[in-house]
Design a protein around this ligand. Structure first.
Ligand code: FAD
Length: 319
């Protein structure tokens, strides 16, 4: 390890047993800064002039550093700010989730039953228990990778993120926050503080589908989330928000045209078939060593059908 600066003055080595994602990393000159609080962290990155990487639990960042895909000079460790950044709260009609909330926290919360079961579904398909215990919501969103589970889920819920800096807060719709593969709208002087969304109202349901090559530690080849609301007749679609990953540019995105097509249609085999056609013509999915674009498009269509049927069946079920 290179030089170490520690705002709290407590002994702290990167990735020692104290760290939530302990691992052995051979890196020549990497400095660790452990700020005393969020204000201290924000002041440290205020001018955006250092080659700093924020580290939460490191489950995404550390492997990338080891593979030399990123080479920060300083790691800004925010993992101890759980008091400020780890929470799941309902306030003013919205659900607010702090950036350091882990996937395991999401799974333990009773706020995500029924209409919000999409969050638990994605949580159970996320990594393995060891990863779920530490992987944070903020880290998942800021990774902006093409296989991340939580981004399509929160896009389907029309979520927004709150980012903070010494200059104050700003709130950005998640669909505008993730701007490209591994690219977000976050400035170098900002930290993601929370994600929030209004739970769907009325005759609504949400669901998630994910395809990988194995049953655990699944790297998603295709993952797709839907939030569906029906009219009072429980037959006409009021709104659909489908979001999926591996879309052109290899980032998650909303299937805007498919969602527009579905609004106002009666749920029927024909509607589902036509929506599958719109989806296939709308999205251009990527090819890589895991799957071809043609295969991904086929699965994305199958998942659309499955999600529409699962959501509409759950809405129609007497509670
Ligand atoms: C074995 C294994 C299995 C995995 N399985 C899955 C899976 O099934 N599904 C899935 O989606 N992912 C999976 N991942 C990837 C990873 O676990 C997730 O993306 C996780 O949510 C990242 O959270 P973290 O706290 O570890 O982020 P970190 O690795 O600490 O950070 C990730 C990125 O976000 C930035 N960052 C983190 N927090 C903030 C913040 N608050 N503000 C600004 N920037 C921030 C960091 O600078 C970095 O660029 C897996 C990883 C491993 C190692």
């Amino acid at each position: 390890m290179g030089a170490r600066r520690n705002g709290s003055e407590r002994p702290h080595e990167v990735f020692n047993s104290e760290h939530r994602f302990a691992t052995e990393v051979a890196m020549s000159s990497l400095e660790l800064y452990s700020p005393t609080d969020l204000g201290d962290a924000l002041r440290y990155i205020e001018h955006g002039d250092k080659n700093v990487a924020i580290i939460a639990s490191g489950t995404d960042l550390v492997p990338r550093i080891r593979r030399r895909q990123v080479s920060p000079s300083v790691l800004l460790d925010i993992s101890s700010f759980t008091e400020d950044l780890s929470y799941i709260r309902r306030r003013d009609g919205a659900i607010h989730i702090g950036a350091l909330t882990t996937v395991a926290d999401l799974l333990e919360s009773s706020m995500f039953d029924d209409k919000l079961s999409v969050i638990h579904e994605a949580g159970w398909l996320f990594g393995a228990p060891q990863v779920r215990n530490v992987a944070t919501v903020g880290g998942n969103i800021c990774s902006a990778a093409s296989s991340e589970d939580l981004i399509p889920v929160f896009m389907a819920l029309d979520a927004r993120v709150k980012v903070v800096s010494t200059k104050g807060d700003r709130t950005i719709p998640l669909r505008d926050f993730v701007v490209g593969k591994r690219k977000t709208a976050l400035k170098q002087s900002e930290i993601l503080a929370e994600i929030s969304f209004e739970p769907p109202e009325g005759h609504s349901w949400t669901a998630y589908e994910k395809l990988g090559r194995r049953n655990m530690l699944i790297i998603a080849m295709v993952n797709e989330a839907l939030s569906l609301t029906l009219e009072d007749d429980l037959h006409t679609i009021r709104s659909a928000r489908l979001a999926l990953n591996r879309v052109s540019g290899r980032v998650p995105a909303l299937a805007v045209k498919t969602n527009e097509f579905l609004a106002g249609k009666k749920m029927s085999d024909r509607t589902v078939r036509e929506a599958q056609g719109v989806l296939a013509s709308e999205v251009s999915l990527t090819s890589d060593f895991r799957a071809s674009a043609a295969y991904r498009t086929e699965i994305a269509q199958v998942y659309l059908k499955r999600l529409l049927e699962r959501c509409s069946r759950s809405i129609g079920r007497p509670s």
